[in-house]
Design a protein around this ligand. Structure first.
Ligand SMILES: NC(=O)c1ccc[n+]([C@@H]2O[C@H](COP(=O)([O-])OP(=O)(O)OC[C@H]3O[C@@H](n4cnc5c(N)ncnc54)[C@H](OP(=O)(O)O)[C@@H]3O)[C@@H](O)[C@H]2O)c1
Length: 413
């Protein structure tokens, strides 16, 4: 079997080494890179910066895309259009254009596989497509980003602040020098929309769903969560409610006995509830060259065995078309932290706003103040209408005693 690769970075290098070492009957004939002069751990004659050279080579039937960034959509489109099978690890490409790419694959009678795009080495895509999709799915909740889970674990277990936990993640190679993609939740949003596309007939992109990252979380939030029997985790969620899908990415207070609450460090997990399937949890390494290579190779071996068209109907759902759940129907329990100047009237002004917006407080805690130092005031609430909360926060923020952006997280899932 003769293949080409697009990209030779972290994943590309790991994939190439694994193929070279353990799959003697698979030949990587060409590798597309941007900078052909850069020194790389591969024979230089295999490298090309000319994508068309790969397309023109009729002996190459399959292309493994391990590029980063949006150019991937263009490459996959070109490769499928040239009747070549494509396997990709690029979640951004699958999230942005998965449906269209599958259409091209179907039209050309080739295959488009993307197991490595979600959950690294966890076989979630194939499992969803084959075993999960046929059933009624009520809920999917996933810890889909290893970097943010590592940061939150370190903050919770070692009591360190976000910036120190991020530095540690970068030192260990779990976080990129520019971690924006991970910590803003966008990486999880791409993955959440891919899972949504496999299970539900509702078209929306990562930019269209609620997305809250982890950069506002402090060790005070994690310590408080722990003290009331919760862990804070960044999750992608899809809830299939009667009034529509509630889909998004957010830090969430998970009860410590929830199966996802014990998922630590760089590990990922995906929890599913449905009928008659019941509860399932998939757990494993969600990133890194080795686990991601395992998923790429699993797809490659499917092609090699001649298993075709597995995904050509992946996004076709016989079920009724879904819509997003209207915001005004959503309700939830909440956690709020206000960092305030310790002046008279703070609590009464904040609680007056809660009362005005009919949000019922279930607990309140104020730090002991140290002379003129700012203090944290923490509130939890009973289940309340979500649509009113942003307005309430805006009103509270107008008070001069509020000295930083208030923090608001959902409790429970
Ligand atoms: N890292 C993980 O743990 C992980 C896990 C699952 C999935 N993924 C996905 O796997 C893909 C690769 O990740 P990575 O960590 O290996 O990234 P990386 O180390 O940044 O490598 C990216 C590679 O893509 C090439 N590339 C980027 N834009 C290109 C373009 N326009 N044309 C040609 N080549 C281009 C780069 O070429 P140069 O070398 O010439 O710059 C580089 O070789 C990404 O889509 C990522 O989302 C990563």
């Amino acid at each position: 079997m003769k293949i080409a690769m697009l990209g030779f970075g972290n994943i590309g290098t790991g994939f190439y080494n694994e193929i070279k070492t353990n799959y003697k009957d698979i030949e990587v004939a060409k590798v597309l890179v941007r900078d052909i002069k850069k020194t790389r751990a591969i024979e230089s004659e295999k490298l090309t910066a000319d994508f068309d050279e790969i397309l023109r080579d009729a002996s190459i039937g399959t292309i493994v895309d391990v590029t980063a960034g949006e150019a991937s959509v263009k490459y996959i489109t070109g490769a499928l259009s040239a009747s070549k099978n494509v396997i990709t690890a690029n979640k951004m490409a699958v999230s942005l254009a998965g449906g269209e790419l599958i259409d091209i694959a179907r039209e050309k009678g080739v295959n488009f596989y993307f197991e490595a795009s979600v959950g690294g080495g966890i076989p979630v895509i194939n499992l969803f497509n084959e075993n999960v999709k046929p059933h009624r799915i009520d809920k999917v909740v996933g810890i889909l980003n290893g970097t943010t889970n590592y940061i939150l674990t370190k903050m919770a277990d070692d009591g360190i602040e976000f910036s120190d936990a991020l530095k540690l993640a970068q030192q260990k190679g779990f976080a990129e020098p520019d971690p924006t993609f991970d910590i803003t939740g966008l990486d999880s949003a791409y993955k959440t929309t891919i899972l949504k596309d496999l299970l539900f007939n509702y078209k929306c992109g990562a930019e269209d769903i609620f997305c809250q990252g982890i950069d506002k979380i402090t060790r005070a939030d994690l310590a408080y969560a722990k003290s009331i029997g919760y862990q804070i985790k960044l999750v992608g969620y899809i809830q299939n409610n009667a009034s529509g899908l509630d889909i998004g990415v957010r830090p969430i207070f998970l009860p410590s006995d929830h199966p996802l609450a014990g998922v630590k460090n760089e590990y990922n997990a995906i929890y599913i509830e449905g009928s008659p399937i019941g509860e399932i949890m998939l757990y494993g390494r969600g990133a890194g060259a080795k686990p991601t290579t395992a998923s790429l190779i699993a797809d490659l071996l499917r092609l090699k065995r001649g298993e075709t068209n597995m995904f050509n109907n992946a996004y076709e759902h016989s079920r009724l078309k879904k819509q997003q759940m209207p915001e005004e129907l959503k309700s939830q329990s909440n956690y709020f932290r206000f960092t305030v100047l310790d002046v008279p009237g703070v609590i009464s002004k904040i609680t007056a706003a809660f009362e005005k917006y009919n949000i019922s407080i279930s607990s309140m805690k104020q730090d002991i103040s140290n002379s003129n130092e700012p203090v944290n005031v923490i509130f939890t609430t009973h289940e309340s209408k979500c649509s009113k909360i942003p307005k309430m926060i805006e009103e509270i923020k107008k008070n001069k005693f509020i000295i930083s952006e208030p923090v608001w997280f959902k409790i429970g899932i």
